[in-house]
Design a protein around this ligand. Sequence first.
Ligand SMILES: Nc1ncnc2c1ncn2[C@@H]1O[C@H](COP(=O)(O)OP(=O)(O)OP(=O)(O)O)[C@@H](O)[C@H]1O
Length: 532
Amino acid sequence: MTKIIHRGWFSIAIVVALINGLEVPFNTATYAYIFKLITTRDLAGVGIYLAIVLGGYLFFSLLSYQQSWVVNKNVAFINLRLKTRYVEAKVERDDPSQQDFEANGLSFLMNDLKLLEDNYWRNVFRLLGYGTTILVTTGYALHNSFRLTGIFLAFMLVPMVFQRLASKGTTTKATVWSQKNAQLATRVKDLLHGAMTIRRYHAEAGYRTKLLRDVGSVEEANAALKNRIALANSLLMYLFYLFSETPIAIGIYLTISGILTLPEFVAVQYSTNMILNSVNQMLTCINQIGSTKDVRQQLRRSISKEGVTAKLPMKSAQFQELRLTNISFKREHRDILNVVNLRVQKGEKVLIQGPSGVGKSTLLSIMLKELPVTNGQLLLNGQEYDDAQVENLFSKVSQIPIIFAETVRYNLTLGMPFSEDAILVAVRQAGLSDVIKESKLNQQIAEDGKNLSGGQLKRIEIARALLFKRQVLLIDEGTASLDSATVRQIHDTLLSLTNLTVIEVDHHIPHELLSKYDRHYQLNNGRLEALN
Ligand SMILES: Nc1ncnc2c1ncn2[C@@H]1O[C@H](COP(=O)(O)OP(=O)(O)OP(=O)(O)O)[C@@H](O)[C@H]1O
């Protein structure tokens, strides 16, 4: 909590909110002062009254601006911390194979954290101000008439009891709203990604109904949430009015009977009215804060460090051997791999071929521990291992290149410090030199790499994998979209790096390159068959 909040700015916000909370008591005191002036016929006091009131309101107006400013400063700081921590946790710890991983993350960042800002943090600062108002105004009222103030406050307790009942249901409504938003984010992300295809086939009508339904459910859920909060607030407001009229009648009786003076009655009545208002506002804030319970829990789960296991170092940081023994893997009760055995030793170059959909990519994911096997054993350097342990040893060129909407340089280095020479060597080894001259390293790549060719994007991924110098390189159809001269050139480099272990799956490898692999397998019907 303390790391999310900037202590200095938060303290200033508390002080400003507390001082600003004095506006109501000031208001009350000056209002009661009017009646005192009238009943004592104090003509000279009128000027003093005007000066105090005008000066006071000028002060509170400026303070009100100051309060907004300091609250915005705090909210900006809190958002900065929460948003970056949330994204960091998603990138570094969450499982990217979860359904709608990207859309859910985006939706949480854009919608749920906004709900948290509006309904939680801003209300926390409001509560501080109302707290001061209630405290000081109650003191002032008690000072004027202990008895009448006691009666007012006792009546006020009744509606407060109803507050918890009235706020029930806001959390549920907020959860529904959040789920609908995530659903809409998935839909829009998908539509924007496929916009060109939809236009090409004039298929706009095909998605409109689904889009309307998803946007409609978000808006419905939003309205339902706001209505629930409004209903709770209106109910509370009515209860407050209901229970404040009786003490007013008692106050009138006491004043007519001469037990209270008119200024005392006005001071108590006005003060308690203001206390009532502030309590009402406070409960409204608490209601809204309640609607963020689920978001807060989700955020806490996401950014908490619990459950993160420390990365265990491998017995040896040097890759020696990867051994797969009797590996079987089922997907939705369907056998994909069936008793696969494979042993890859340091420096070996292994090629696995097989028809489309046979399970080649699945086999690589299993090696990386991205997928759990149904049966069998995987050993790295003779040891069982987990996904964290392969991170320092393995790199992977994916079937669909992972490209960031950043510069070419960032896409190669991922923002890590590499020497210019090392970058240029990797660029050359990946066959990118003619495409990316030194000056073009700072060229911006568009979203999803739209301003580069498929082959260029593939080569960027290969260069990245080479630059990071992991000892084992897994290549999933890494050169499939390249012309045969470039495929040959890249493989000449990759297959000649003696310390690099390569496990490649591809069915487009030119025939003359096959002999350069130490081992060549065919994956068929879930089994690996050695071809050399
Ligand atoms: N996330 C998934 N959920 C369910 N089934 C999947 C999933 N990913 C892949 N499959 C299925 O698992 C099987 C193996 O897929 P995999 O991607 O490993 O094949 P592949 O040999 O790499 O194919 P290709 O050469 O076309 O890339 C396929 O039948 C595929 O439909």
